[in-house]
Design a protein. Sequence first.
Length: 285
Amino acid sequence: MDLTPPDKHPQVSSSDYPENAEPPGFGGAGVPGRFTLGPNGVSDVVGYYINGTYVAADRLGGGATVNYAPQNDGPVSIAVSSVDRARHHSPTTYYRTWVASTGPDVTCPKRTGLLPFQCVFKAVRVPDAATFTYRVGNGPETTVPAVNGVATVDITATMGEHVLYAWSTSSAGVRSGFETVGLDVRDSPIVSSDVYPEDGNGGGGAGVPGEFVFEPGMPGVATYRYSLDPDVHPESGTVPAGPDGTATVTLTPKRAGFVTLDVWSVNADGSRSTMTARYQFFVSG
């Protein structure tokens, strides 16, 4: 029985992602590179693990060549170990390189609902972007044309937290790294106010009215219900949604300080949003 693991670190090299590379780096997040792995003289190596993914050696005691795509840009450490016939692991080689930041700029709403929302892709780090490709989580990929390096897309996602991945491809077929953006999708209304912004910087004042806009977070919204700090600013009500699904109300905080506005929506059949929008703002005083 073999009880002795490989005693040497495996060799790792890559011309696509050179070792100890410095900024601006090479490749890009999600861009595959060719890595060559070697046994470093260990005769019974049967395979390798590269960041948790197994690849077989080309023969007993041999090396392996694998295409591997780093998942982040900037400084990256890639863990590689060899495995012998008894499935013992060698000491780990940490291959350090620098992955270039080549993904597009991606701008999406801070919070979104179940209705389609717009995101803007802009190629700013690589020239000649012909298309953009994106996907939500592990969902299907969608490719759209780039016009002067920019594209605006309508996206629909299910309720919950998701990651949007986006990258560009040049007319010569060269792909950029990907950029990621977090999406927070809820069915509660989206609330905004120019007089009382939700940024904590303060606005308006005690006794100063301000308009609040409610936008739908789900299809079929008929009315909105709201409640403004019942213990301090007792004001609540119901307002119908307009043809575009939005509504505007004017509210007047009675005191300075932090204020909470709760808003939820109701459909024509009486069903309400499963989540309530909690809009917090600061009243200047």
